[in-house]
Design a protein around this ligand. Sequence first.
Ligand code: PNS
Length: 165
Amino acid sequence: MRTAICPGSFDPVTNGHIDIIQRTCALFDRVYVAVLENYHKPSRLFSAGERVDMLRQCSAKLPNVEVLAYDGLLADLARELKANAVVKGLRAVSDFEIEFQQALTNKQLNPQLETVFMTAESQFMYLSSSVVKQVGLHGGTIGDFVPSEILGAVEDRINSVLRSA
Ligand code: PNS
C-alpha cells in the first residue's frame, strides 16, 4: 500500500492545502494529514484540536484521508504510520530552501522516507495561512482563501482577536 503524509501547521487550512491534499489522494492509497500539535507561534489562531477538526470537515469527502495531530519528529511519525512519502506543496522559489533542508533532514533521520514536492496550482501560488491571517486581521475578505466549510469559524476567531485587541 502506498501511504503518504501531508504535514503542516494548518493554522488555518487554506484552499491551497486542500488542493495539495486532493491531488495527493489521487496518487496514494492512503493519505495521513498530520497537524503539528506543538505550534507556538505568537500568531497562532487555533489549537491543534481545532485545526484537526477543521481539516476533518474539509476532507470529509475524501475516502482515503485520515487527519491526526502529531508532536515530535515527522520522520518518526512516518515510521510509525509506515508511510512511504511526505508530500509538500511548493509555491515560489522562496519555499525551496526551507523545504529542501527539511527533506534532507527527514531523509537522514528516516532513509526509507521520500519527500515529494507538488507544484502549487497557479491560483494558489501566493496563498498561505499567514496571508489569510494578515488579510483577515486587517479587515479584508478571506472567502476566496479558505474552504467554505471553515470560513465562518475562521472569521469568528479573527473577529474575536480583533475585539480583544
Ligand atoms: O506548515 P509548515 O510550517 O510548512 O509545516 C512544517 C512542518 C510542520 C511540516 C515541519 O516543521 C515539521 O514536520 N516539524 C516537526 C519537527 C520535525 O520533524 N523537524 C525535522 C525536519 S527539519
